[in-house]
Design a binder for this molecule. Structure first.
Ligand SMILES: NC(=O)c1ccc[n+]([C@@H]2O[C@H](COP(=O)([O-])OP(=O)(O)OC[C@H]3O[C@@H](n4cnc5c(N)ncnc54)[C@H](OP(=O)(O)O)[C@@H]3O)[C@@H](O)[C@H]2O)c1
Length: 221
């Protein structure tokens, strides 16, 4: 049985309707996932854009998007604390964000913390199960790179998290969207997915992703 065969498929909420949020929403809607998208503003402000960019995805309030089984954070990293953690309490929260100082500028909170960026995000969403995923693929690739299971060009994406059920739900969503999914371990292991790493900068099949993870683990001792 593959992850894709597991039931039921989670409903998906996406916070952020920019490059990443709308690319994931497009692919999710095409893949038959019930997907709701929000920004901090009135949903009417994004409904037209979504109709064009991600037909089938529904524009909702942030509260409604946060009430879905799996909630993807696709907001600029320096804005994640604007999202009320109580709204996603008990939910699986996917951190698709990156701390990438050369492009986004430095943020003291991340510069001065030795944890991975997703562990810092987890401490804000203390009542949620944070899974790091979707961060090491460009938005422009996400909507077009999905392939059916077994396709030789199928791309693999990694998930890291401390909650097994949360990771399984996210892996199922990735597989349904046309990606192989690799569980690389706890949230702290997500350091090998961050900007500047081999995984972040490359494009991997499942075999090559698993091989890199094994090599990085050996190097880390
Ligand atoms: N670009 C990529 O290829 C890529 C790939 C992987 C990961 N990432 C990461 O994904 C994150 C988003 O990147 P992006 O390129 O999609 O950014 P973006 O195009 O600037 O979009 C950000 C979206 O977040 C919304 N937003 C801001 N504050 C919000 C809040 N409090 N609640 C809900 N929505 C809010 C914005 O809405 P308004 O416009 O109304 O403010 C906008 O729709 C970043 O952390 C980035 O590092 C990017």
């Amino acid at each position: 049985m593959t992850v894709e065969d597991q039931q039921p498929l989670a409903t998906l909420g996406i916070l952020g309707a920019g490059r990443v949020g709308s690319a994931i929403a497009k692919r999710a809607a095409e893949s038959g996932i019930d997907v709701k998208v929000a920004t901090a503003k009135d949903p009417r402000e994004i409904s037209l854009i979504l109709e064009f960019m991600a037909p089938g995805a529904k524009a909702v309030t942030a509260a409604e998007a946060s009430a879905q089984d799996v909630v993807i954070l696709a907001v600029p990293l320096h804005k994640y604390e604007d999202v009320d953690p109580a709204s996603a309490a008990g939910k699986i929260v996917v951190d698709a964000m990156n701390y990438w100082a050369p492009t986004d500028g430095t943020v003291d909170k991340f510069e001065n913390d030795s944890r991975t960026s997703s562990e810092v995000v987890q401490s804000h969403f203390s009542e949620s199960r944070v899974v790091k995923a979707f961060n090491h693929i460009g938005y422009h690739e996400f909507a077009s790179d999905g392939r059916p299971a077994g396709d030789p060009d199928r791309r693999a994406l990694a998930v890291a998290g401390d909650d097994a059920a949360g990771k399984a739900a996210v892996m199922q969503i990735l597989e349904v969207m046309g990606y192989d999914a690799a569980d690389i371990g706890p949230l702290s292991a997500g350091v090998i997915l961050e900007p500047g790493t081999r995984i972040f900068s490359g494009r991997q099949s499942l075999d090559s992703l698993v091989a890199i993870v094994a090599e990085e683990s050996v190097l880390a001792g």
